[in-house]
Ligand binder design. Structure first.
Ligand code: SF4
Length: 473
């Protein structure tokens, strides 16, 4: 099967031409099919489709074929069910975050797309799978005309900033956000106790949602507690643990409680967390979640089309990883996230400024830095051992050998890690198009004040947290 999948990607241009010819024939048969009755054609067409596409693409009969927009690499073979890849967890050798023995289907898809007419994966977001169509024929939808509908994104709505963070980013200030780890506790004081290192040195705190696929207090609950403490929260939502019904309900509940900044994530691999037997839901992916949240905000309706009595006010963010292959696909994926609604992105840890500079050059060439605010991820590493662990065990984290060697040769590795973080933040601040930094200092939060102060990233500005109360709920 893997051999056929590789063949299909290598011959994506040929298969695209064959599919276009087939689609033309199917459309020509539309009057006859309607005369016979579409339901009567369902079973024989599905059987034929299963046989042909099962052989060529390892097709899972999802009922909404995306081969034409995924480089002829079936996205349903992605273990995280990502329909808008490649995700940020691709390993350095191009293999899958979840299954290191398999090349990422979206890396394959990227290469396949280069052989197709468009020459790249499209920027338009792929919609999520409709699970009620599983097993049904996509070809029949072509005959019926269901593939003709344009997937036009709604026009960007003119609206007031949803949050203090959005207002700050719109002002052009160099922004500082940081990661906040929810406790394993039901006591709100355990949340408040963790806030002290951030007061007076960050603009907002990202509340992780089951980071690393480990269970903690919910991002929604912690975000509300931060808001009550006068801190601007950025609520992360992972598609890993909830389906579209639960997520949309959480978005409404969060907005009703005053949480306006949302970062949409696909989610880490369940097998790496503390509940490896849990199910990866993956009903949406980061891009379709962004599109869903934007639809709720700008069109006041659910993904289903049902109307909302009051639309949530949201400032929408996403993650990005300029340091994972395929590097030339990363800007295309950023464009797709922007098309889906991303207004700001926070990147994976940056330890390789040259690679970030190359990525930002491509971003500027595409004009994307004018459409989205980009915050580069930085963080202190306490030892060479931790650096090695991070780059070998956390997919998508790239740490050059020079950084590991510097930590290894230091008399005080913890201080050296702090110094490296400061230097990185200073260099990143000078890259055109970078709008801020996102500090990730898990278990080293006490270093955040000195990193912010000594790097000078705030430029003498008073940050949001500790300076003013965020928007009232
Ligand atoms: S996208 Fe769906 S229909 Fe197309 S090959 Fe994959 S599983 Fe089959």
């Amino acid at each position: 099967m893997l051999a056929m999948r590789k063949w299909a990607v290598r011959n994506a241009g040929l298969l695209e031409r064959a599919y276009n010819a087939l689609a033309a024939v199917l459309r020509a048969l539309r009057p006859f099919a309607h005369a016979i009755g579409l339901e009567r054609l369902e079973r024989p067409l599905a059987a034929a489709e299963r046989a042909v596409k099962g052989f060529l693409f390892d097709c899972r009969m999802c009922g909404g074929c995306a081969l034409a927009v995924s480089g002829m690499s079936c996205p349903m073979n992605c273990p995280k069910q990502v329909r808008n890849g490649p995700c940020g967890g691709v390993r350095a050798d191009g293999t899958c975050e979840v299954n290191p023995h398999m090349r990422c289907v979206w890396v394959e898809g990227w290469h396949g797309s280069r052989k197709m007419a468009a020459g790249a994966l499209p920027a338009a977001p792929n919609p999520p799978v409709e699970h009620n169509l599983a097993g049904r024929s996509s070809w029949l939808r072509v005959i019926a005309g269901g593939d003709d509908a344009a997937r036009a994104a709604p026009a960007a709505a003119q609206r007031a900033p949803a949050s203090a963070l959005e207002r700050l980013m719109a002002s052009g200030a160099f922004v500082v956000t940081a990661e906040f780890s929810p406790p394993d506790s039901a006591d709100p004081d355990d949340v408040r106790a963790r806030l002290a290192p951030f007061a007076g040195c960050v603009d907002a705190l990202n509340v992780t949602d089951g980071s690393g696929a480990n269970c903690h207090m919910s991002s929604l609950g912690v975000s509300v507690l931060l808001l009550q403490a006068g801190c601007e929260p950025v609520m992360q939502i992972s598609c890993r643990d909830r389906n579209r019904i639960a997520i949309q309900g959480d978005i409404l509940g969060a907005a009703a409680l005053g949480v306006r900044n949302v970062v949409c994530l696909t989610g880490d691999n369940v097998a790496n967390g503390d509940h490896p037997g849990a199910k990866h839901v993956g009903d949406l992916d980061a891009v379709s979640l962004l599109a869903t949240a934007r639809t709720m905000r700008d069109e006041a309706r659910y993904l289903s089309g049902r109307k909302l009595a009051a639309a949530p006010q949201l400032f929408l963010g996403a993650a990005d990883n300029p340091f994972a292959p395929p590097f030339d696909a990363r800007v295309v994926r950023l464009a797709r996230k922007i098309a889906a609604g991303a207004q700001f992105v926070q990147t994976q840890y940056c330890f390789d400024v040259e690679r970030l500079e190359r990525y930002m050059a491509r971003v500027r060439d595409a004009g994307l830095h004018e459409q989205v605010r980009i915050l580069a991820g930085v963080g202190p590493i306490g030892s060479a051992k931790t650096a090695r662990w991070l780059r070998s065990r956390v997919p998508g984290v790239h740490i050059p050998d020079a950084v590991v060697a510097r930590l290894e040769g230091a008399a005080d590795p913890r201080e050296e890690g702090r110094r490296i973080c400061i230097e990185l933040a200073q260099r990143i601040r000078g890259i055109p198009g970078v709008a801020g930094i996102h500090l990730m200092a898990a278990k080293q939060e006490h270093l955040v004040p000195s990193i912010v102060a000594e790097s000078g990233v705030l430029g003498g500005r008073t940050p949001l947290f500790g300076a003013q109360r965020p928007l009232a709920a």
